[in-house]
Design a binder for this molecule. Structure first.
Ligand SMILES: *Cc1c(COP(=O)(O)O)cnc(C)c1O
Length: 397
């Protein structure tokens, strides 16, 4: 059995505990959904205000040069490169994960001539939908695979951290097998970046996309990123060949010539307010040991599950290495989660029947995990979640 005292003792010896103060979290809320939308870093909020009030209001269009707006997709990309084990010039921040997957998958299908674009049938839905669209666009066949299979002579989209089970794939082993089978692997790092140790170079990963608003805390709708290894980028052509990915956008040439390396994956004008927030949020990771982050995320999830001991819930099976969330099932997971949110413990619901609780090592504490579990147990014991209001399905779950 866990206790509040034990939770506090673990917080007191947590080497990452000083980071919670960097976040502006509301009173009376236990936030366990940083895997869906990261909490706001104070410095990101300040940066949005500064970007709007000073750079936009006073600087106006001059700020593209004077405030460095035009370089932000690359400079934020440098910060992400450090987090994923890429070289500085191999990552660019742009668009959404969906759009970036489309650009990368179609570029790889075109270059390789492969006629299959594969994805596991349990992957995050948008990845599956984009795989269908990108395959159709490329004249290839979308194929659903199972159990982490690596297909031959194909492009494969694969998450490093699974959005439900939180299982962490073995990047190095997958890449070794992919090379033997002539499979081009696109990693989706959405649930992994800013949470687990990633070393793309060491593990041989050449292509990836990832999300800016989850564990990177870039804010709602923050732009995503694309990573392409230097040796590969020069021979790839992406279909949304907009001016920001042109070698010289301000020459206003009539014809497209791609920029160097991964920068050709840019398309249109970057969303500066969002990008500035993400850029500021990324500075929080500057001196952080990602192994500590991964360990703490795992420990928080374990502590939460231990604290639920005896509650009428079943936890989704865990893996030896796990990302930043845990999922449990109850009698009516949707209604229970709605009732829990009404009590100030914020997680989310993932169809068809999972309650998901995300633990961000930057700001979540063992006390959060203990109190959330305690609240959930009381709620289940009281039956208050059975009220009709909690069954009403909302647009975003
Ligand atoms: C969050 C997430 C996305 C988000 O895609 P957007 O197009 O940026 O909304 C995509 N894939 C995975 C695996 C995710 O976890």
């Amino acid at each position: 059995m866990t206790s509040l005292d034990e939770a506090r003792a673990r917080d007191a010896s947590d080497p990452l505990r000083h980071l919670r103060g960097e976040f502006d979290l509301p009173e009376g809320v236990i936030y366990l959904d940083g895997n869906s939308l990261g909490a706001p870093p104070r410095r990101a909020l300040d940066r949005i205000a500064e970007t709007a009030r000073v750079e936009w209001r006073r600087g106006l269009v001059r700020s593209w040069n004077e405030a460095g707006w035009i370089d932000l997709p690359m400079s934020a990309g440098v910060k992400i490169s450090r987090l994923i084990g890429a070289r500085a010039d191999e990552t660019i921040v742009c668009d959404s994960v969906s759009v970036n997957l489309f650009k990368l998958a179609t570029a790889l299908l075109e270059r390789s001539g492969y006629d299959a674009l594969c994805i596991d049938a349990t992957e995050f839905p948008t990845d599956q939908y984009v795989a269908e669209g990108a395959a159709r666009f490329s004249g290839a066949t979308p194929k659903r695979i199972e159990n982490g299979e690596i297909p031959e002579n194909a492009v494969l989209i694969k998450s490093l951290v699974h959005y439900k089970t939180a299982g962490i794939a073995d990047m190095a082993a997958s890449e070794r097998e992919a090379r033997r089978k002539n499979c081009l692997l696109i990693w989706d790092l959405s649930h992994a970046t800013g949470l687990v140790e990633i070393d793309a170079k060491r593990d041989g990963a050449r292509f990836a996309v990832g999300c800016g608003y989850k564990f990177l805390n870039g804010g709602p709708g923050a732009p995503a990123f694309v990573y392409v290894a230097r040796e590969e980028a020069q021979s790839l052509n992406q279909p949304v060949s907009g001016w920001m990915g042109h070698a010289a956008p301000f020459e206003f040439s009539s014809y497209y010539a791609p920029a160097q390396g991964v920068y050709r994956f840019a398309s249109g004008t970057p969303p500066i307010l969002s990008l500035a927030a993400l850029d500021a949020a990324l500075d929080l990771f500057e001196d952080i040991d990602m192994r500590l982050m991964e360990e703490k995320a795992r420990a928080l999830g374990d502590f939460f599950l231990e604290s639920l001991d005896g509650a009428p819930l079943t936890a989704l099976a865990s893996t030896p290495r796990r990302g930043g969330h845990v999922c449990v099932r109850g009698e009516d997971s949707y209604a229970i989660m709605q009732a829990l949110i009404a009590k100030g413990v914020i997680g989310d619901f993932r169809a068809p029947d999972l309650m998901r609780f995300g633990f961000s090592p930057l700001y979540n504490t063992f006390e959060d995990a203990f109190r959330a579990a305690d609240m959930l147990k009381r709620l289940l014991a009281s039956g208050d979640w059975r009220a009709a209001q909690f069954r009403e399905r909302r647009k975003v779950t």
